[in-house]
Design a protein around this ligand. Structure first.
Ligand code: NAD
Ligand code: GLY
Length: 365
């Protein structure tokens, strides 16, 4: 088993990475001395697969859990569903010392975390991520929240989990497209922080795509360690944490202009990271060889690396980027790479450069 600590003083917590961890959740929660009544929140794809094992482990450890099941998909990440969860928690009579377990992907983790942050002004919260994206990104770092019709993640809080259990075995049932989407975030960590991780991915991509646990374990643990290091230095994103958004400004805008229907998040940020690489070559000195290595690695992971947008779509893309949370004083700020493994944040980029990069992205589409 691999263990990563998220270093936040009294709120520090471990991220455990191994196969078969979900059966150990009961005794691990017991060690915290929480109240018997608790809730497990999972969606309709995850609850039938793993819910009973989590419930059994909690019951065997003396807890009294209730299972709350959500409709799968991003549309569950909204306030109406939060309210339904509150009602279920009240019916089960959760108390201040009760806890909530998020079992599932990033949608479940973000929603359940927001419920935990606000029910009874906050109850303890455990993350059990079952998608690759959730294991390497959303379950670590304490950003929780829901969407509004005006935009994604507009209502939220910071609530650090007390424990994160990344059970690698749960990834075996993840649909192929969802798995590859998670690899886009994995590659991101290599680009923003760790050239050796990037080289390891270049070497082991085929084994990673086969979900070989011998490769997956160290890779997931390394991604969590990078995120823990960044969050430990800048929990509330006043600076450094912004580097986790490499490729996300254009990626989020692509998701928005395609109504969150055409691309999975990882697919959109794959294109976004190639775009950020091209912008980096224009103004940060990233070599064309390194841009090509980035593009080749995303392509080997089966992720999109080009996009052709109409003139109208380009206008909507610029408008969507201006709505991004990273806009400061009306200027869009980008994370750009100096080289693979080292980035700079808060970089202003000219619209003409974005247009030139969109031309380049269209050339191979
Ligand atoms: P998701 O939670 O919707 O899961 C993707 C799909 O996989 C769903 O249909 C789900 O039911 C299914 N699934 C999950 N685990 C499974 C398993 N083991 N086997 C079979 N099916 C399984 O999506 P996601 O990609 O995990 O997360 C995306 C969300 O994460 C977005 O809402 C995004 O905003 C959020 N996010 C949050 C953070 C953060 O820091 N909080 C970071 C990145 C992304
Ligand atoms: N996924 C970006 C962050 O956690 O800050």
């Amino acid at each position: 088993m691999r263990k990563v600590l998220v270093p936040l003083g009294a709120r520090s917590y471990p991220v455990l990475v191994d196969g078969g961890l979900i059966d150990s959740v009961g005794p691990r929660c017991r060690a915290h001395g929480w109240a018997a009544r608790c809730a497990v929140i999972a969606d309709g794809n995850v609850a039938p697969r793993f819910g009973h094992r989590v419930i059994t482990s909690l019951k065997d450890a003396g807890f009294n859990p209730t299972l709350i099941t959500l409709e799968p998909g991003e549309t569950s990440k909204r306030l109406r569903v939060v309210e339904k969860c509150y009602d279920a928690l009240a019916r089960h009579r959760l108390e201040r010392k009760s806890f909530i377990v998020a079992l599932g992907g990033g949608v479940t983790g973000d929603l359940a975390g927001f419920v935990a942050a606000t029910y009874l002004r906050g109850v303890p919260f455990v993350q059990m991520p079952t998608t690759l994206l959730a294991q390497v990104d959303s379950s670590v770092g304490g950003k929780v929240g829901v969407n509004l019709s005006a935009g994604k993640n507009l209502v939220g809080a910071f609530l650090q989990p007390r424990l994160v259990l990344c059970d690698l075995a749960t990834l075996s049932t993840l649909p192929e497209r969802e798995y590859r989407s998670g690899i886009a975030e994995v590659i991101k960590y290599g680009i923003i922080y760790d050239a050796a991780l990037f080289r390891r991915l270049e070497r082991d991509m085929e084994a990673l795509l086969k979900r070989d646990l011998a490769v997956l374990g160290p890779v997931v643990a390394r991604c969590c360690a990078i995120k823990a290091d960044v969050v430990g230095q800048d929990e509330t994103e006043s600076g450094l944490r912004a580097i986790l958004n490499f490729g996300h400004t254009i990626g989020h805008a692509i998701e928005a202009i395609t109504a969150y229907g055409r691309y999975l998040h990882g697919e959109a940020i794959s294109v976004g990271q190639v775009a950020a690489g091209l912008l980096s070559a224009r103004q940060c000195g990233l070599s064309t060889t390194e841009v090509e290595r980035m593009r080749a690695l995303f392509a080997r992971a089966g992720l999109p690396v080009s996009i052709r947008l109409t003139k109208a779509q380009r206008m909507r893309l610029h408008a969507a980027m201006r709505l991004d949370k990273k806009v400061k004083d009306g200027e869009i700020k980008f994370v750009l790479a100096r080289r693979i493994g080292e980035v700079a944040w808060g970089q202003a980029v000219k619209d003409t450069d974005i247009e030139a990069v969109l031309d380049e992205l269209a050339r191979n589409a």
